[in-house]
Ligand binder design. Structure first.
Ligand code: SF4
Length: 304
């Protein structure tokens, strides 16, 4: 079956099962094109929770399906590739966060949504890359422990007067990008605007014209009047950026670096297989963890 036939078959099964198809901004183009909704992980989970769908088909990585299950306990959540994990989320276990908290009494624990449900459950409040500064500012303590991303933490620390300490996790895809990559890309395209994700190293964000989350980059592209943009985030976002504004010529800052193998695992045949055998692809979160993780997410939503 080609992409068109596979997508038609998937959509027919989704209709039968009253399902909604979500695709993260970093997924393969054919997955993004087939999905009902594309976006960042939390926006997708929030949107799906508001629907009356009975099934959520999440094309992304494991923690994203967990977030959907946390916010939609009555819906079945499918992850077509159960081996699609996030190395950054897996860099801290709940027990390690408990240990870090014990060493820092009086600190508020702010956890990036790119984390496991068990780690969220041990956190005071969650944040996204778009709202991290606001969440840290709103946290009850003047001292914050931030997990798991050291780069996002440093990006936030530079914009707040609060004392911020962090876990030394990182997204391998963004962390591999260096200042030298940016300099070389700028030599290639001296007239281009440099747009990077805050999961990049501080020396990379320091060279950027704009530092933004994936949703922030898409929003920027809709109204930007630049000719060329050098992009410092995962390759999959180029598909959305081209749809958002086809008048801009985009290139990755470094093509070899900015690919997340986990985000590329899911194919249309995987999606079809998950719908044909949903019991084998269901992601669940134990109720105790779910309730505590939801509390941390709800606190973030209250910050807005
Ligand atoms: S791009 Fe980075 S943060 Fe996103 S899933 Fe891949 S490793 Fe995790």
């Amino acid at each position: 079956m080609d992409h068109r036939e596979l997508t038609a078959r998937i959509k027919a099964l989704l209709r039968e099962r009253r399902g909604i198809w979500l695709a993260h901004n970093y997924q393969r183009p054919e997955i993004q094109d087939g999905a009902d909704l594309t976006g960042d992980s939390l926006a997708l989970s929030i949107a799906a929770a508001k629907t009356d769908a009975e099934l959520i088909l999440f094309c992304g990585v494991h923690f994203m399906a967990e977030s959907a299950a946390i916010l939609s306990p009555q819906k079945r959540v499918l992850l077509p590739r159960l081996d699609a994990g996030c190395p950054m989320a897996n860099m801290i276990a709940a027990e390690q966060l408990v240990g870090a908290k014990r060493q820092r009494p009086g600190y508020s624990v702010v956890t990036y949504v790119n984390s496991t449900a068990a780690v969220k459950a041990e956190s005071d409040i969650c944040c996204t890359s778009a709202n991290a500064v606001r969440v840290v500012e709103a946290a009850p303590s003047e001292k914050v422990f931030f997990a798991p991303d050291q780069n996002l933490a440093q990006w936030v620390a530079a914009q707040t007067k609060k004392k911020v300490e962090w876990w030394r996790g990182f997204c391998p895809t963004h962390h591999r990008l260096t200042a030298e990559h940016v300099r070389r890309a700028k030599e290639r395209w001296p007239d281009a605007v440099v747009v990077v994700h805050p999961e990049c190293r501080p020396e990379v964000t320091a060279l950027a014209d704009l530092v933004a989350s994936t949703s922030g980059m898409l929003k920027w592209a809709q109204t930007a009047s630049v000719k060329r943009a050098l992009i410092g985030t995962e390759e999959g976002l180029l598909h959305g950026l081209r749809k958002a504004n086809a008048n801009i010529e985009y290139a990755l800052i470094d093509e070899e670096t900015l690919i997340c193998p986990n985000m590329k695992l899911t194919t249309l045949p995987d999606v079809l297989a998950a719908l044909e055998r949903p019991a084998d692809y269901t992601v669940t979160v134990p109720d105790d963890i779910r309730r505590r993780a939801k509390r941390a997410l709800d606190r973030m939503l209250e910050v807005g």
